[in-house]
Design a protein around this ligand. Structure first.
Ligand SMILES: [Zn+2]
Length: 251
C-alpha cells in the first residue's frame, strides 16, 4: 500500500535535520506586518474549486503546488485538478508553484534526478500557459542536502513541512509551514496563526483536499474559512507565496 508521507525512520528524520543546517539561503528582511499564505499541494479538485472560492470570497489568492504528472489523476485525497481547472486558477489570479513532475521524494532521489523531474514539471507548466513558477514545495516535505543545493537556486522559496514562521534570516531553501490536516489540523494552524500575528511574521499554511469529509491530509471548508477570517481580523494580509517572497526582499 502506498503511504502518503515522508520517510519517518530515524534516518529520514536525521537527513531532514542535517539538510536544514546546509545549503541555506536567508530571508533578507522581515515582512512589514503579519502575513499568511494558503497553499494547496498536488492539488485535489476540491482545493482548486472550493478552496479557491473560499479565498476569493475574501479577496485573497492561494498558491497551488502542482505535480503535472498527477494532474487529472485519482489520488488519496480525491481526483486532482486537470489542465483546464489549473488554467482557471491562473485566470483567477492564483499562483501555481512547482512540486516536481512525478511527486518525487527529493529526500531519497539523487539530486540530478530531482533536478530533471523539476525541469520536466516546469516544461509542463509552461505548456499550460503558467508564468514561470518562482516557488516550490518538496513532496512529502523531504529533501536531502545535495537535492536542496541543486534546487535551491532555481526558486525564490522552497517549502518544507517542519513547523515554524518565516522571519528575517529564515531559510528560504527549506522554509517551514504548518498543515491544516486532519481533525487536529485547525487547532494546530490556529496556534501558529496567533504566533504569526503576535510576532508580525509570515506563516505558510498548507492543506490538500477541502471538503466536508476530508482525508487525513485535508480540511473542511469551514475550517479554512475560520482560519482566514481570524487571520484577517487579526490584521494579517493573505498573500500568495510568491508575493510573500517579494515582501521579505526576494525577487
Ligand atoms: Zn504533494
Amino acid at each position: 500500500m502506498e503511504v502518503y508521507g515522508a520517510d519517518r525512520s530515524l534516518k529520514g528524520k536525521l537527513r531532514r535535520r542535517i539538510a536544514r543546517l546546509q545549503a541555506r539561503r536567508a530571508a533578507p528582511r522581515r515582512a512589514g506586518g503579519p502575513m499568511v499564505s494558503i497553499s494547496f499541494d498536488d492539488a485535489p479538485v476540491s482545493a482548486a474549486v472550493d478552496g479557491a472560492r473560499i479565498l476569493e470570497a475574501r479577496g485573497a489568492k492561494g498558491t497551488y503546488f502542482i505535480s503535472m504528472g498527477l494532474a487529472g489523476q485519482d489520488g488519496p485525497m480525491g481526483r486532482n485538478a486537470d489542465a483546464a481547472q489549473l488554467r482557471a486558477l491562473l485566470d483567477a489570479g492564483h499562483e501555481i508553484g512547482c512540486h516536481t513532475f512525478s511527486h518525487l521524494d527529493c529526500g531519497q532521489a539523487p539530486a540530478g534526478l530531482a533536478a530533471g523531474d523539476v525541469e520536466r514539471n516546469l516544461e509542463a507548466l509552461r505548456a499550460l500557459g503558467a508564468p514561470e513558477p518562482r516557488t516550490f514545495a518538496y513532496p512529502y516535505g523531504d529533501v536531502s542536502t545535495p537535492a536542496k543545493a541543486a534546487l535551491g537556486s532555481r526558486f525564490s522559496l522552497l517549502r518544507a513541512l517542519h513547523h515554524g514562521l518565516i522571519d528575517r534570516g529564515s531559510d528560504l531553501n527549506q522554509a517551514p509551514a504548518v498543515g491544516i490536516e486532519g481533525p487536529p489540523g485547525e487547532q494546530a494552524a490556529r496556534g501558529w496563526l496567533r504566533r504569526a500575528l503576535a510576532q508580525r511574521a509570515w506563516l505558510i499554511l498548507y492543506t490538500h483536499d477541502v471538503r466536508e469529509d476530508p482525508s487525513p491530509f485535508g480540511c473542511t471548508p469551514a475550517a479554512l474559512a475560520r482560519l482566514l477570517d481570524e487571520a484577517l481580523a487579526g490584521g494579517a494580509e493573505i498573500v500568495t507565496v510568491a508575493e510573500g517572497c517579494r515582501r521579505v526582499g526576494v525577487v
